[in-house]
Design a protein around this ligand. Structure first.
Ligand code: FES
Length: 160
């Protein structure tokens, strides 16, 4: 449970106001809130609901359906393993499983130290280099299981 400061509530209300004339403002509001705070917890969804009249259940449904929205804070490094068809047939699931095993988290979770979040995402648009992994937007091509520990180490060493 987070306690939202007064200023944070004011910013969320300002974001809602920004799109008050849009016929379908929810995605626009959520995208801006996600950009501002990095995640959209229930308390924030309740404020959006009170301001827009959109039921919390609808907001929750959208936040949990799209994986670029998050209910929890993301790690410093967001690992997106492509699970699109081309990457899947080239072993994307095995790559994702290897990240899970080494980071000791499941898909959609963040490591305890807040360093890594792990997600499986739809096509990155780079099917020729399947299986592909993106970390904070940097794309790793043709990732093998042997490369996964090296990739993690690369980021851990950046933090030393
Ligand atoms: S399916 Fe992975 S980049 Fe297209």
């Amino acid at each position: 449970m987070i306690n939202l400061r007064h200023e944070a509530v004011a910013i969320i209300i300002e974001i809602c106001d920004r799109y008050k004339d849009e016929p379908s403002p929810l995605m626009l509001i959520l995208a801006d809130v996600q950009k501002e705070y990095g995640y959209i917890p229930l308390e924030v969804q309740e404020i959006i609901s009170a301001k827009t009249g959109i039921p919390v259940s609808d907001i929750y449904g959208v936040v949990t359906f799209y994986n670029f929205f998050s209910l929890e804070p993301k790690g410093k490094y967001v690992i997106d393993v492509c699970m699109g068809t081309a990457c899947y047939v080239k072993g994307g699931q095995n790559v994702l499983d290897k990240f899970c095993e080494l980071l000791k988290i499941k898909q959609g979770q963040t490591t305890e130290d807040g360093m890594f979040s792990l997600d499986g995402i739809r096509c990155l648009g780079a099917c020729g280099i399947a299986p592909a992994v993106s970390i904070n937007g940097k794309v790793y091509p043709k990732v093998t299981l042997a490369q996964v520990p090296q990739i993690i180490k690369e980021y851990r060493e950046m933090e030393k």
